[in-house]
Design a protein around this ligand. Sequence first.
Ligand code: FES
Length: 199
Amino acid sequence: MSIFSKLKDQTKDKDSAEEHGKCMLSRRNFLMYGSASLAAASTVTVTLFPGTAQAEQMKARVVGYPRKLVAKLSEMKDHQPIAFNYPDDGPNSQAMIVKMAGVQAGGGVGAARDIVAFNYLCTHQGGPLVGSYKATGEHRTLGQCPLHLSTFDLRRHGIIVSGQAYQSLPQVLLEVDGDEVYAVGMMGLIFGRNSNMSS
Ligand code: FES
């Protein structure tokens, strides 16, 4: 039997199992359930190649990030990072949120715009940045990375200050609601992932 015939038969078996109501998820259902468990999805119409002869309208599925409570303003202390995972508990999702003692930052929240959150993995080769937060004068950094010494500027969306990395540290986008601080999205790609929401 050729490999194509075998694959065809396997597909037939799978389809018939689904038809008989066994506990199996089709790939389509899996995608639907998978995304629903993480975040709400919606559909928008986008135009590809606008203004050209190839312009084409099509539907695109937009998956939002989950909204996750990560800290309380009243419990945060200057220069004391709090660890959490985002946007899921999968590989490389380790992150931290920190209040930077009144030093305003891009994407910062709170009255002084000094609270920021970042993924904890170096964008070079995934070195762990846990425990590397530093405040020196007006500088606020994560690093040096223990592997090749990259350092990232937390005041300026995690851009590289020095070292081998060539991508900024992914920033976790925050929102404040009363005393609660929520993670609501990410800017930049988490090390080791093809998509931040794919694990
Ligand atoms: S892994 Fe961090 S600098 Fe190479």
